[in-house]
Design a binder for this molecule. Structure first.
Ligand SMILES: *[C@@H]1O[C@H](CO)[C@@H](O)[C@H](O)[C@H]1NC(C)=O
Ligand SMILES: *[C@@H]1O[C@H](CO)[C@@H](O)[C@H](O)[C@H]1NC(C)=O
Ligand SMILES: *[C@@H]1O[C@H](CO)[C@@H](O)[C@H](O)[C@H]1NC(C)=O
Ligand SMILES: *[C@@H]1O[C@H](CO)[C@@H](O)[C@H](O)[C@H]1NC(C)=O
Length: 244
């Protein structure tokens, strides 16, 4: 019976809890939040706190930051110094951890610059004379969309409104009429690339609306859900058809 099973699991949990607490009380690794959003152009801090040696002695301390998916080493500390020999080339010159903070039990990792390839799980493992423990944090990446740039093209029968902007991740885009009616549009997203052909962490957005009306009052909206960014661009245009 499902109810019974739930009850059994509950009992088990209640029984185990004091036991676990006792075993782990000596040494713990924790992180205040399980998910961190890295924003393009800013450093990201991945928190990891452990029980420090009361004498602030670092001689037995080993801290390793790794990617959860493939165990790539991001940053390590042992023999009383930052160790980068085993660091994945993907993270070269981008990470730092402060020795002064390690003395206090703070193994926060700083990464800068950040990009889409940094999205994923990060595992912080710490051990010293008091014990060993690990904690995970999930990193998301986003870039605020730039102020959308408007261009207007007209010919004798139609007007085309085009907005262009760059950001990350894919946004929700809409075009609305005066009464809130959903308007048709054509939207393209392409990955912005640097000289080496690698993505630089931005989508390039082009969104256009075509109308036959000579008097337009429409609103373009762009939402970047991850960063809670909402852009509203009202456009009001009246254009004269060529004089006969
Ligand atoms: C890291 O920095 C060093 C010294 O500034 C430089 O020589 C090296 O090319 C950099 N490595 C990468 C992968 O950017
Ligand atoms: C941990 O260290 C980082 C710098 O590496 C700092 O920004 C942060 O405030 C520290 N956290 C605590 C709880 O002291
Ligand atoms: C005017 O522009 C629209 C949209 O670009 C196009 O579909 C249409 O063929 C053009 N009409 C003329 C007469 O050029
Ligand atoms: C355009 O429509 C909005 C409501 O969607 C209205 O508040 C505004 O006055 C209109 N502008 C013009 C120029 O008609």
């Amino acid at each position: 019976m499902p109810l019974n099973r739930a009850a059994t699991e509950m009992d088990c949990f209640i029984f185990l809890l004091p036991f676990l607490t006792t075993v782990c009380a000596g040494f713990t690794v924790s992180k205040p939040v399980g998910r961190v959003v890295a924003v393009r152009g800013q450093p990201v801090f991945l928190d990891c706190e452990f029980t420090p040696d009361p004498t602030s002695d670092l001689s037995s301390l080993v801290v390793t930051w790794q990617r959860v998916e493939d165990s790539r080493v991001i940053h390590s500390f042992y023999y009383q110094r930052n160790q980068l020999d085993l660091q994945s080339p993907d993270y070269r010159n981008r990470t730092s951890m402060l020795v002064s903070e390690l003395r206090k039990g703070n193994a926060t990792l700083r990464i800068e610059p950040v990009g889409p390839r940094d999205v994923g799980g990060y595992l912080c493992t710490a051990s010293n004379a008091k014990g060993t423990d690990a904690a995970q944090v999930w990193l998301e990446y986003g870039a605020f969309y730039t102020e959308p740039r408007l261009s207007v093209k007209t010919n004798c029968s139609t007007v085309t409104l085009l907005y262009e902007a760059e950001g990350f991740p894919k946004p929700e885009v809409g075009w609305f009429g005066e009464d809130g009616a959903v308007l048709s549009h054509h939207t393209e997203l392409s990955v912005d690339a640097d000289g080496a052909g690698r993505p630089v962490g931005l989508y390039y957005l082009k969104s256009s609306h075509v109308s036959q009306s000579s008097s337009l009052n429409v609103t373009f909206t762009l939402k970047n859900q991850l960063l809670d960014q909402n852009l509203f661009k009202p456009v009001s245009i009246t254009y004269g058809l060529p004089v006969q």
